[in-house]
Design a protein. Structure first.
Ligand code: UT7
Length: 337
């Protein structure tokens, strides 16, 4: 239960300029636009430039959210970054971003929960605000997954994309514009299903790990698919039940954007009508921790978050982790293009 209500007051996003279409990928991989779009719903993705890292995208998204909210970087009390493609193992990407946006002195840390990271970070940031430990928390999902991909592995290369999204959390005036609650979970039985095996302390970098491609994302797609459809429904129902809401009360459903078949199956099982489901997967692919804030921004731009909507966000990913956030939205400030 919130000690004081917390709102998501502003959003900012940024994606790399370069667009890579399915046809582009089929020039170097044994795949096709037909396979990728029918099996995943993805048509194109943004890919970062050489030398462009997660903090470069995250800093632009963060600055845009702050500008939209008319909040100075120095006024932030905390910066939390969720990413599975951090600039480095350490220091944190949050530290890099704080330097780039001019928030020197602000506490900043990264949080690791793979693609569910944005929801975990939202829950963490909201707790700081709810408890009165912070007034303004910036939560950022920033990914350059393209640099963790084996571009010869068609099972993963076609799915991911790069991007970043940031939201500002602040105390809310009332429950009418506040986060309702969260459901978070983790199933450690799934650690082998989706991971990046080497470069950490379990399999340190060596000529052998390099030669055997252990520094790239490995995924058992069909098992993750089954987990995802199951857990989105379970977690979505859990957060609704916990807070006495029904699926009919949800105005907008924003699931993590990994595969349109996962989204459609989960929405059907949950009983969310298609017109209440938000998806932009087609244009970005799976941007991991950035997918939900990218959707929030586009939903606000399209007038689908105008104030008063009950929004259900559900993430899932390696761990295997899952997380839901139910939020009554007030005005979601964003920079108008
Ligand atoms: O953020 C969370 C992380 N990830 C996910 O949520 C991913 C979840 N999983 C998925 O989205 C799907 O499982 C995939 C899109 C990865 C794969 O779709 P699928 O319908 O489960 O296909 P599959 O893995 O069962 O493979 C079917 C066939 C196989 O060929 P055979 O054995 O039937 O001859 C694959 O080798 O499709 C083949 N295939 C491809 N063909 C063309 C796999 N990837 C490709 C490809 N292009 N890119």
């Amino acid at each position: 239960m919130n000690a004081r209500p917390v709102k998501i007051s502003a959003v900012g996003t940024h994606v790399p300029e370069r667009v890579v279409t399915n046809d582009d990928l089929s020039r170097t991989l044994d795949t096709s636009d037909e396979w990728i779009s029918s099996r995943s719903g993805i048509r194109e993705r943004r890919i970062a430039a050489e030398g462009e890292a997660a903090s470069d995208l995250g800093a632009v998204a963060a600055s845009r959210a702050l500008e939209a909210a008319a909040v100075r970087p120095a006024d932030l009390d905390l910066i939390i970054v969720a990413s599975l493609s951090p600039d480095m193992l350490f220091p944190s990407t949050a530290s890099f971003i704080s330097g780039k946006i001019g928030a020197d002195g602000t506490p900043a840390f990264d949080l690791s929960a793979a693609c569910t990271g944005f929801i975990y970070a939202l829950a963490t940031g909201a707790s700081f605000v709810a408890s009165g430990q912070a007034e303004k928390v910036l939560v950022i999902g920033a990914e350059v997954v393209s640099k963790m991909i084996d571009w010869t592995d068609r099972g993963t290369a076609v799915l991911f994309g790069d991007g970043a999204g940031a939201v500002l959390l602040e105390p809310a005036e009332s429950e009418d514009e506040a986060i309702v609650g969260f459901d978070l979970g983790n199933d450690p039985a799934g650690v082998e299903l989706l991971n990046l095996p080497a470069g950490g302390s379990r399999n340190p970098a060596s000529p052998e790990t390099l030669a055997t491609g252990q520094h790239f994302i490995k995924m058992n797609g069909s098992e993750v698919f089954k987990f995802a459809t199951r857990v989105i429904v379970k977690s979505g129902r859990e957060v609704l039940a916990r807070h006495g809401r029904r699926i009919e009360d949800v105005d907008l459903f924003i699931p993590h954007q990994a595969n349109i078949r996962i989204i459609d199956a989960a929405a059907r099982k949950l009983g969310v009508p298609p017109e209440r489901v938000f998806s932009n997967l087609e244009r970005y692919g799976n941007t991991s921790c950035a997918s939900i804030p990218l959707c929030l921004d586009e939903a606000a731009a399209a007038g689908r978050i105008a104030g008063g909507e009950l929004v259900l966000m559900v993430g899932f990913g390696a761990g295997l982790t899952w997380g839901s956030c139910l939020a009554r939205m007030g005005e979601l400030k964003r920079i108008q293009e």
